[in-house]
Ligand binder design. Structure first.
Ligand code: NAP
Length: 299
């Protein structure tokens, strides 16, 4: 339970509603900032404006998936008012308070470091990344289906990277009956890819390997599908880049060559906001229970 813990939610999208729901069920004292247009009612939840005085009373400040932009702005789909998290706000938090978010830009990290406030980034965690890989792979499949005139079954599909997202992507494609090639750079990953019944190759051989593909799913967050590689990709192929912005594909050259290529960020929040919200809700509530378990007033 989170009895006696004061939590402020600042901004967010549909995912945050799952988190708020969970925190109210666990008896936290919940205040919402930037939810003035929210239609849904939560029992016992307060709405407030962002002020230093309010933050002085908080144990935890929960920000959206992308905490702030590089100017401190916090997005909310439930408000039209601009919200900027400033030095004055962070300095008002009690010293034991923590800031939780999906991923923190350097603005937020710097601000919190200046006031010795810990920032906890959920998407950094292996468990969250693995859970999120499920809606990500489903979203990538949706995009593939929308942008091709062939079935995934029987297609020659390529996955670049065999980390948390690449692994689930490859398995999901295999489940649908695709032939799956997986590009890696480490021998142990090559062995595992082979053991799992995919076709392994080293990314240094990418140029040769792309010659017969129908679909390419990139999860490597660095420029990997270069102009040179694209010259060997068939025109029929579709490239779906899952890596974080700016992705790992030379989009300018793909367009010039007439190969369909798209960056697909934030798929869990787009295709499965409820599931993505539950993933955040479960992890966050457990984390905060652990972080504050020594407080006498918690059950
Ligand atoms: P991860 O577990 O760290 O996997 C990244 C993979 O890339 C690893 O297999 C890594 O191999 C490989 N890699 C990195 N640099 C490489 C290079 N230069 N050459 C060859 N392989 C390289 O990360 P993840 O959780 O799967 O996430 C992958 C990307 O997807 C991230 O950018 C993440 O932000 C993004 N993402 C996007 C969505 C979406 O909705 N689009 C959702 C979730 C995640 P090694 O082990 O050899 O380093």
């Amino acid at each position: 339970m989170l009895t006696g813990i004061s939590v402020a939610f600042m901004g967010g999208d549909a995912r945050q509603l799952e988190v708020i729901q969970k925190f109210t069920e666990l008896d936290a004292t919940v205040t919402l900032i930037g939810f003035d247009n929210l239609q849904r009612q939560f029992n016992g939840v307060l709405n407030a404006k962002l002020t230093p005085d309010l933050l002085r009373t908080m144990d935890a400040l929960i920000l959206p998936a992308v905490g702030t932009d590089e100017a401190g702005q916090v997005d909310s789909i439930f408000s039209t008012e601009e919200m900027i998290l400033t030095d004055e706000h962070i300095s008002s938090l009690p010293s034991h308070a923590k800031v939780y978010t999906g991923m923190a830009k350097s603005y937020l990290k710097k601000l919190c470091a200046q006031h010795s406030i810990q920032v906890v980034e959920l998407f950094d965690r292996d468990d969250v990344a693995i859970y999120n890989s499920i809606p990500t792979a489903e979203g990538a499949l949706m995009m593939a289906i929308q942008n091709t005139d062939i079935t995934i079954h029987g297609s020659m599909s390529m996955v670049l990277g065999f980390g948390r997202t690449g692994f689930t992507m490859a398995k999901t494609l295999q489940g649908l009956g695709a032939q799956v090639k997986v590009g890696v750079r480490k021998p142990e990953h090559y062995a595992r890819v082979w053991e799992m019944g995919f076709h392994p190759f080293y990314t240094r051989d990418l140029y040769e390997e792309v010659g017969n593909i129908d679909l390419l799913f990139n999860t490597i967050p660095t420029m990997i599908v270069t102009a040179q590689v694209i010259t060997n990709i068939p025109h029929r192929a579709v490239i779906i880049d899952l890596a974080s912005k700016p992705g790992g594909v030379d989009f300018r050259f793909a367009e010039k060559r007439g190969v369909k290529a798209m960056l697909a960020p934030g798929l869990p929040g787009i295709v499965a906001p409820k599931t993505a919200g539950r993933i955040m809700a479960n992890t966050l509530s457990q984390l905060i229970q652990d972080d504050f378990k020594d407080r006498g007033d918690m059950e």
